[in-house]
Design a protein around this ligand. Structure first.
Ligand code: TYD
Ligand code: MG
Length: 454
């Protein structure tokens, strides 16, 4: 019988059929080792035959109380967590370097400490004095947060066992290194080992652990993705460097809804909560201009109004430019194709730019119709009627599909003084939020109705 060998990479855990000097999966050199098959080790019995301990089994009826949550009082942060911090949980906060993760977590740590938790803040990137200076600048120096500057996982765990805090903030997971792992700090193996140990500590001692992870562009340092599966909650802190708005978005949450957002504004005194994001994203908007459309979106459980801006101009290039900020480039290509194929409106020979104002990122398909409206309005150089919001999904046939939570979108638009909404026909009947609805079945009807052409 042929002996089957398996090989696995020590850096990323990928398995390979044969040995090679470099791992295809993670690109690391000299990390691939042969693994002994389980049943062939000396003195090993095949697992199925071995006598283990029978596990105690339970049914699904719950006798547990819902987890007690601690809210820190920063409503935008608490909501993204699903209503507050849950004990014995691990949270990952990812984001680009310099976006404001340390600022956010220092503020959150201080508020949790003031709410009565024992909080330990471990900084691996900045010296304690730097963190203290930031706390002073943010006016938080009185908060009972305990601070340590450390990177050695062994020391951190020893401290945690001695101090038994309710909340530990690790800034950042890429700086923490375990002496049991034979690779450089920041490597996949190190980041995984550190996240695993810290998560185990959280589960074992009923503490909450919040880990910061930098999003990295190149492969030298492991990004937050490699630990996403280990933690209970994954939050991303995003925003454009040039804008002051920052959005904290939950992409995974075992204790609450995913896709929830919290909106902050970076000010000289730290991050300030933005309780009405629509007002902020629409501020500074004058009379409707060609190419500008207000989209009524939903982020998590919250309606958010944002402005989509398009610019369409003749191109000197053989291959026209398609640039999009805050939206999906593939979706833009799809909308342009549908406009051309179903409505006979070509964009060949034209550069197309689409921007979501204010540094917001939109991923909902319901933004299709607003994007199409912005593109058409820019191409025809004609503004949409004033006080109008637009939303709806476009299918490849050119038909318009109703969006989820239509009523909430309309209500938010009504609150901000909009009077008309262009929406897909069909869908559940519901309130109109006091707006006049212009219900349309397909994109051709939209073009005819709004731009008076077929
Ligand atoms: P920081 O929290 O250090 O980012 P990260 O931990 O994600 O790398 O924040 C970095 C930026 O925030 C920095 O360029 C300065 C700015 N900032 C303010 O504008 N106001 C403030 O009060 C603070 C503390 C930082
Ligand atoms: Mg930082």
């Amino acid at each position: 019988m042929a002996k089957t060998r398996t090989y696995s990479c020590a850096a990323c855990g990928a398995t390979h059929a044969k040995w090679s000097g470099r791992c295809d999966a993670c690109g690391a050199w000299n990390t691939i080792h042969e693994e002994a098959p389980l049943s062939q080790g000396p003195g090993r019995q095949a697992l199925g035959a071995a006598r283990g301990t029978a596990l105690p089994l339970t049914d699904l009826k719950t006798h547990e109380m819902p987890p007690p949550r601690t809210a820190c009082g920063v409503a935008e942060f608490d909501r993204v967590l699903g209503g507050g911090l849950v004990p014995a949980s691990a949270v990952l906060v990812g984001g680009d370097p310099g976006i404001g993760k340390s600022t956010l977590l220092l503020q959150a740590a201080a508020h949790f400490a003031q709410a009565g938790l024992r909080v330990l803040y471990v900084s691996g990137e900045e010296a304690s004095a730097q963190v203290r200076m930031r706390a002073q600048r943010l006016g938080l120096e009185q908060a009972p947060v305990q601070l340590a500057a450390a990177t050695a996982l062994r020391d951190i765990l020893t401290t945690l066992e001695a101090e038994r805090p309710d909340l530990v903030v690790i800034d950042s997971i890429q700086t923490v290194w375990a002496d049991t792992v034979d690779s450089a700090p920041g490597s996949v193996a190190q980041v995984r080992a550190a996240a695993h140990e810290l998560t185990s500590f959280a589960k074992r001692r009923g503490a909450s652990v919040i880990m910061v992870g930098h999003v990295t562009k190149e492969g030298q340092i492991a990004g937050p993705r490699v630990v996403e599966h280990m933690v209970d909650t994954v939050l991303y802190f995003e925003g454009e460097r040039g804008h002051q708005f920052r959005i904290l978005r939950s992409v995974k949450n075992r204790f609450g809804p995913a896709d929830e957002i919290g909106v902050f504004e970076m000010t000289g005194g730290g991050l300030a909560e933005v309780t009405n994001p629509s007002e902020l994203f629409l501020s500074g908007r004058g009379d409707p201009a060609p190419g500008s459309v207000v989209y009524a979106g939903i982020e998590g459980t919250r309606p958010v109004l944002v402005e989509l801006q398009a610019l369409v101009a003749p191109t000197p290039l053989a291959q026209p430019r398609r640039a999009v900020v805050g939206w999906d480039g593939a979706r833009l290509a799809m909308i342009l194709a549908v406009l051309e194929a179903r409505c006979g409106i070509p964009f060949a020979g034209l550069d197309v730019y689409l921007n979501v104002a204010g540094g917001m990122k939109i991923s909902e398909p319901a933004a299709d119709l607003a994007a199409a409206a912005a593109l058409l309005s820019a191409r025809e150089d004609s503004a949409l009627p004033p006080e109008t919001v637009v939303f709806g999904e476009i299918s490849l046939s050119g038909a318009l599909r109703p969006a989820a939570q239509t009523e909430n979108r309309l209500k938010e638009a009504g609150k901000l003084g909009f009077t008309t909404a262009i929406v897909p026909s069909g869908g559940k009947p519901g309130g109109n939020g006091g707006l006049t609805l212009n219900r349309l079945g397909d994109l051709t009807a939209f073009v005819g109705e709004v731009f008076g052409a077929g």
